[in-house]
Ligand binder design. Structure first.
Ligand SMILES: [Zn+2]
Ligand SMILES: [Zn+2]
Length: 261
């Protein structure tokens, strides 16, 4: 009896979704704006593999509308990583739940473990009256520690500097990309952990504030080799873009496909 339990069957018909093979090769920013910059969209990014969505990072108020503009009217993300719990990054989760539940789709939700209790409370009143299910039958909650696997690749997750300690996180696929999420400058991470030539997507505005990195701070705190790999986002508008261009810092624009190779 025990043998039959522990022996791996030679031919298993897996009921799971077959993993995509391949390594992500591009990133599509759906929005690049700060929380109040509506025309630039809420900051959210789709990591893609051969032009197909691989992982969505954050889901703000307008993210699903922009996602459909990019990938088609019937498209919903299958997997989402959440950097932190500000509404410009999670305001679209309720809408995603409704659309996924009503179309019979599940969505894998990668959430840093430190955020789970608060996210649970924020979604406590979300549900469909006609279903004898809760949202966690549709959202497949995947607790994230320092590392996790997605589509057979190992990603790392580090706390960053955005308001309360331990409340905001970055995402790193070594050799491909680092995504800061909302943060102040983080030289200790970029210099010690992000060392394989990856593109570095980084929160930045022309003038920093207690929640977000300023351009002058990045120029002061990061060495030229790091500055050359930056692609900044989460900004307010034309004045920021002008400052980035004057400083020679690359910036992301809405609906822009950026190569990771
Ligand atoms: Zn934000
Ligand atoms: Zn934030």
């Amino acid at each position: 009896m025990l043998d039959s339990i522990v022996t791996r069957p030679a031919q298993t018909q897996s009921k799971r979704t077959q993993p995509q093979t391949g390594v992500p090769d591009s990133a599509l920013f759906l929005g690049v704006g700060a929380a109040s910059a509506a025309e630039l969209g809420n900051a959210a990014c789709v990591i893609c593999c051969e032009a197909r969505p691989w992982l969505l990072i954050d889901c703000g108020h307008d993210t699903l509308v922009r996602y459909k503009q990019a990938f088609g009217s019937q498209s919903l993300p299958r997997a989402v990583f959440i950097t932190h719990l500000h509404y410009d990054h999670i305001g679209g989760l309720e809408q995603l739940y409704f659309k996924a539940a009503l179309s019979g789709q599940t969505v894998r939700l990668y959430v840093p473990v430190q955020l789970i209790q608060s996210l649970f409370a924020m979604l406590a009143y979300t549900g469909l009256a006609e279903r004898r299910e809760d949202i966690w039958h549709t959202f497949e909650l995947h607790p994230v520690g320092e590392q996790f696997f997605h589509q057979q690749l190992r990603l790392s997750c580090y706390p960053v500097r955005h308001q309360a300690p331990g409340s905001a996180f970055s995402l790193h696929l070594p050799g491909r990309f680092f995504y800061s999420g909302d943060t102040r400058p983080i030289p200790e991470l970029l210099i010690h952990q992000v060392t394989q030539g990856e593109i570095i997507f980084h929160d930045c505005v022309a003038s920093g504030n207690p929640s977000h990195a300023g351009l002058d701070e990045l120029l002061k705190e990061y060495p030229p080799a790091v500055l050359a790999r930056l692609c900044v986002y989460h900004y307010h508008g034309a004045d920021d873009i002008h400052a980035f261009e004057q400083a020679g810092i690359r910036y992301a624009e809405p609906q822009q496909l950026i190569s990771l190779c």
